[in-house]
Design a protein around this ligand. Structure first.
Ligand code: UDP
Length: 486
């Protein structure tokens, strides 16, 4: 035991997809530096939901900050993006900046109550980069955690900073800092296309990017071998260290053995199917598609020869949490797939990690949320990409570039509905035995191996990043598994 123990404060954006990378980081920090005190700070509602997902022996401290959504024109209790429609996300992101004084007080108290001058390290979400100001004030080490992928992040930053879509009338345009990367207008979400630098979305992201320039280092939820291009783009733009530290560990509740009735039905369906035969379909924790797209997807699924599990929610234009109406699917679809045992509709939530690691799962039709991509790759499952929003379009580019999947559709404009034939064709290409399908499956398995090696204690790339983080943030010389590694 050498130096005084460090207190690490984690500050995620209160949003579903941001939890698992932060919780996973906490678990790994505890594993390699058991002496660390780690506190995760967020809004009350979000802290409660995190608490319920932690194992009983978790050593993570939780701290909630007061946050009144009504003060910001948001519905009462909507303290996470999961409680809001996408159109209100920007109001929510901006509202989280109001946590500044409460977080500053919390850090001030930590500093003044620490009699032996325990060093402090703040790891904050990119969306909360303003926390760097508080870190500087209290002389704490500050790391920004990018929970999206490196390529998606780099493209996203370039769009918000430079608005390259406004510099040309053409459908395709290069990014100013990375001229080798060509973006198509159809890959830019509507709210970004409409942005000109003065709107509230651009202003919010420009502010976070300005703060980001003051951070000490950036952790990225990715793996070196999986995203060399994206990491080199980030390193070209930012002069501080960029540390890939993915993929995240499976959340504790996903590993639990007790299952709900829905989960039992899902596993029973998978058990009844042949190895690698089932297509899993999910648009993430909150997205959905147009009614016409839903109809074509259902028709294509029925026409293909692959069994499927579809996590379905009402289409765009209907209450996303409302009851699902049969009229949104082809006549008799539900009965036919049930009778033939070729499909299972799941309303609400599926245990995604359990599905992806089941031997019967053969491919994932995904909206390309970054967590979903990493989870699929960790299990060597190829992707049928259907990005619908934000940086999902750029994540889909990575899927295609790495040869681990095919883009089936893009966006949620009515005009972009893939035909029934296209759905059938792409599903059959990836699922049925053929040279192209085999190539994609093999590439996905290679990526799975790279993901597994990232935390290999003999030279894994993510473990190297963690070592650099420990060294730079002064978290070193304490006992733990880490001592065996250095
Ligand atoms: N997820 C799940 N079951 C569902 C839908 C989503 O377990 O039915 C989990 C999924 O495993 C992933 C996260 O929710 O960890 C979704 O994150 P992602 O980045 O893929 O998409 P987002 O929902 O943020 O758009």
């Amino acid at each position: 035991m050498g130096k005084p123990q460090v207190h690490v404060v984690l500050f995620p954006l209160p949003a579903q997809g941001h939890n698992s990378p932060f919780l996973s980081l906490a678990t790994r920090l505890h594993r390699y530096q058991p002496g660390l005190t780690i506190t995760l700070v967020s809004t009350r509602h979000h802290i409660n939901s995190i608490r319920s997902s932690l194992p009983s022996d978790s050593r993570l401290h939780l701290q909630s900050l007061p946050f009144n959504t009504a003060d910001h024109g948001l519905p009462a209790g909507a303290e996470s993006t999961a409680d809001l429609p996408v159109a209100q996300f920007i109001t929510f992101f901006k509202a989280t900046e109001s946590l500044y004084p409460a977080f500053d007080d919390f850090i001030s108290n930590l500093v003044s109550n620490s009699s032996d001058g325990v060093p402090l390290c703040i790891v904050s979400d990119f969306f909360c980069s303003w926390t760097v100001d508080i870190a500087r004030k209290h002389k704490a080490f500050h790391t920004t955690f990018l929970t999206m992928g490196a390529f998606g992040g780099a493209v996203f930053f370039s769009l918000w900073l430079n608005h390259p879509h406004r510099l040309t009338e053409k459908d395709q345009f290069p990014l100013p800092e990375y001229p080798e990367v060509i973006i198509d207008r159809s890959q830019v979400a509507r709210h970004i296309l409409a942005s000109d630098g003065t709107d509230e979305w651009s202003q919010f992201f420009k502010r976070q990017l300005m703060f980001l320039n003051n951070t000490d280092a950036v952790m990225v939820n990715t793996v070196d071998e999986f995203e060399p291009l994206g990491l080199s783009m980030l390193r070209k733009t930012f002069k501080f260290p960029i540390w890939p530290i993915g993929p995240p560990l499976a959340p504790a509740n996903e590993q639990s053995s007790s299952k709900s009735d829905d989960e039992n039905a899902i596993i029973a369906f998978l058990d009844s199917q042949l190895p690698a035969s089932v297509l899993y379909i999910s648009f993430g924790s909150q997205n959905t598609i147009q009614p016409e797209q839903m109809m074509h997807l259902a028709q294509g699924l029925e026409g293909s020869s692959s069994p499927f599990i579809w996590v379905i929610r009402p289409p765009i234009g209907s209450d996303p949490k409302g009851e699902f109406k049969d009229e949104w699917l082809p006549n008799g679809f539900k009965d036919r797939i049930k009778q033939k045992n070729i499909g299972l509709l799941v309303h609400g939530w599926a245990p995604q990690l359990q599905v992806l690691c089941h031997r019967s799962t053969g491919a994932f039709l995904s909206h390309c949320g970054w967590n979903s991509i990493l989870e699929s790759m960790c299990h060597g499952i190829p992707i049928l990409a259907w990005p619908v929003n934000a940086e999902q379009f750029f994540n889909s580019m990575i899927v295609v570039k790495l040869g681990v999947g095919i883009e089936l559709a893009r966006g949620v404009m009515e005009s972009s509905a893939p035909t029934k034939e296209k759905v059938e064709e792409v599903i059959n290409l990836v699922m049925s035995p053929n040279a192209k399908g085999m190539e994609i499956k093999n590439r996905a398995k290679e990526c799975r191996d790279a993901m597994n090696k990232a935390w290999d204690e003999e030279g894994g790339s993510s473990i190297k990043s963690l070592l650099e983080f420990f060294q730079l943030s002064n978290i070193q010389g304490q006992t733990g598994d880490w001592d065996a590694l250095v």
